[in-house]
Design a protein around this ligand. Sequence first.
Ligand SMILES: [Zn+2]
Ligand SMILES: [Zn+2]
Length: 254
Amino acid sequence: MRLKVLGAYGASDAEHNLTGYLIDDWFAVDAGTLTSKLSFAQQARVQAVFITHAHADHTRDLPHLIQNRFSLNGPPLTLFATREVMDQLSTHIFNGIHWPDFSTIPNPATSKPAVHYRALTPGKRITFGDIALTAINVHHQIPAAGVILEMNGQAMVFTGDTGPTNDIWKRTNKTDKVVAVVTEASFPNDQQRLADETAHLTPQTFGDELKKIVADAPIYASHRKIPFERDIESQIRNLRDRRARVLLEKNYTL
Ligand SMILES: [Zn+2]
Ligand SMILES: [Zn+2]
């Protein structure tokens, strides 16, 4: 599996990008950064996006991806999210004020809308093309779910934003051939209280989550807040777990 990390931060500036991942060039997880780092041709190859939760740093580029899809006259983009998250996307983003609801607007050239919504039941594994996906609820300020993706006999796990959680690790531990886990460490250890109150992890609690995972695979901390990126990196290193890494904005082959 190829993982293109378009954005690996919980904040943005000229050199750091919001959460957005692309797997094998066609399946995206979160949309904080998609259109801003992909050409029109690359966007045209994206067939589906899984959204972990409705926060702006995970959805910023989604309206633009859908609008570009409309201009491209291509097949509809499939938008996956759990039912709860999908309801929030409809209410707060595709509400006709923040952005139109493109799922109800047929493209004159294709007679099809630019996007198709697929609401998922947490814990239920479904297939889409060559991929199987299972959304699992995690612990965040608003409804949020991670996803386990299985493709070509390998699996990758993305939690999105989360504080300490259990269900996704139980399911991860029952999944064969996990080649990578992408979770988060938003704040440094001295901001543990803020992390707890906002349902995020620090390197310390990231380390506790690691102990719940049996897979011998790299476990990446994403979503660092920019001013603390170096502190977080050194605290992750100090965990002395060889699986623990910080996620970088680059291409990984797993
Ligand atoms: Zn976030
Ligand atoms: Zn969030």
